[in-house]
Design a protein around this ligand. Structure first.
Ligand SMILES: Nc1ncnc2c1ncn2[C@@H]1O[C@H](COP(=O)(O)OP(=O)(O)OP(=O)(O)O)[C@@H](O)[C@H]1O
Ligand SMILES: [Mg+2]
Length: 364
């Protein structure tokens, strides 16, 4: 396969003409990124002009995809730099694009948290596995572009196959899964800037041959930034699962996550308390290290369902590190049962999920 680099892509963009014969001025090209045959281009287009320019965007995408050595190409619009949009404004601009991504998925569920390291990825993987064990067709998408953890947690480090110009999701533990970590080296993704991250995420949705699925679980990056907001707006999310540890500080962060989803009218399926209590592996005694129950009480105060508590157990971490998620490798263990219970609660929430609710006013 011929090597493809930024210079070649820029030259191709320079030579490109629309059906009407119009070219693309160099100043319009915000960024070009290439990696192992994947091409991502961001063009600066004013929001008001985006709909008119859409045929050009598609034609350029097809033209770049036809270059020898290109496995797939994505062209995205980004707001012009001079306008210096706030992340929120930019996300809102992108939200104007049709929300048709992942239309073949019954329910898209985002697993989120206000802060990092609370066990989002652990919950996302085991929730997905447990839902699949309950007979659902489940996909898992690692939306954490900067810190992808699915390849390690699923034990799938290989590159995905291609079918035509699309990537085929990796199959593991009854799931179809994909992560940026399956496509590029981790260090590559670490240096991407905002628009490229959104490009890469869009590629994981549009340029992956996702089959029909009952549920897609999204493992979101930590926090409540631009990526989270954009995804919440661009995808038709059936709901959000907020992961929290019992410590107060992280509950404050969980509130932030909840209020972000409420602002964009995504239903909150509920809160999972992770690392909730410690079960001594020797004597079986349960210790509430952090004061268990905080998340449940907080969920009650915020008026969102409580989806269950997952204990702090070494085998959860060990199986994650070994690429054998505990919900699959030991479903009858205490941890396996805890994740199955969370999956049951999430599935019930999805069945009962009505239309997206508007934001609520919470008096603090
Ligand atoms: N219930 C648990 N018992 C034991 N270890 C756990 C549990 N939940 C998560 N861990 C461990 O805690 C660490 C952080 O978990 P994880 O990577 O899932 O968090 P995260 O919220 O996705 O982090 P990030 O914000 O970096 O994406 C991992 O080493 C994981 O194996
Ligand atoms: Mg994570």
């Amino acid at each position: 396969m011929a090597a493809i680099d930024e210079t070649a892509v820029r030259a191709r963009i320079g030579a490109f003409r629309t059906a009407e014969g119009a070219g693309i001025p160099a100043g319009m090209v915000d960024s070009v990124a290439t990696r192992e045959g994947l091409v991502q281009v961001a063009l600066m287009v004013a929001k008001a002009d985006a709909a008119r320019q859409e045929p050009m965007r598609r034609a350029l995408e097809a033209d770049l995809a036809a270059m020898p050595g290109v496995r797939n190409a994505t062209v995205m619009f980004t707001a012009p730099r001079a306008a210096a949009p706030q992340p929120q404004a930019q996300a809102q601009a992108q939200a104007q694009e049709p929300g048709t991504l992942l239309g073949q998925v019954g329910s898209i569920v985002a697993v989120a948290s206000g802060k990092g390291g609370v066990g989002k990825s652990t919950v996302a993987v085991n929730l997905a596995v447990a839902l699949a064990r309950q007979g659902k067709r489940v996909g898992l998408l690692d939306a954490d572009i900067y810190g992808p953890s699915l390849p390690r947690m699923l034990g799938t480090k290989g590159k995905p196959e291609m079918a035509g110009n699309k990537l085929v999701p990796i199959e593991a533990w009854g799931l179809k899964a994909i992560s940026i970590g399956h496509v590029v080296e981790e260090e590559t993704a670490m240096v991407w800037r905002g628009p490229m991250v959104l490009n890469a995420l869009t590629q994981l949705m549009t340029q992956v041959a996702w089959p029909e699925l009952d549920v897609m679980v999204l493992d979101l990056p930590p926090g409540t930034g631009d990526v989270q907001l954009t995804l919440a707006q661009r995808l038709k999310l059936a709901g959000a699962v907020i992961v929290s540890t019992p410590q107060d500080i992280s509950l404050l962060d969980a509130r932030r996550g909840i209020s972000m989803f409420r602002q964009v009218r995504v239903p909150i399926l509920g809160v999972v308390e992770n690392m909730s209590f410690f079960c001594c592996p020797n004597c079986g005694t349960r210790t509430d290290i952090f004061g268990h129950g905080g998340a449940e009480a907080e969920a009650g105060r915020l008026g969102v369902p409580f989806l269950g508590a997952v204990p702090l157990l070494a085998p959860i971490r060990e199986t994650s590190d070994a690429g054998t998620p505990i919900a699959a490798s030991a479903p009858e263990s205490e941890a396996g049962r805890a994740f199955a219970a969370v999956a049951t609660a999430v599935a019930a929430g999805l069945d009962g999920a009505g239309p997206a609710r508007g934001p609520r006013i919470v008096i603090e």
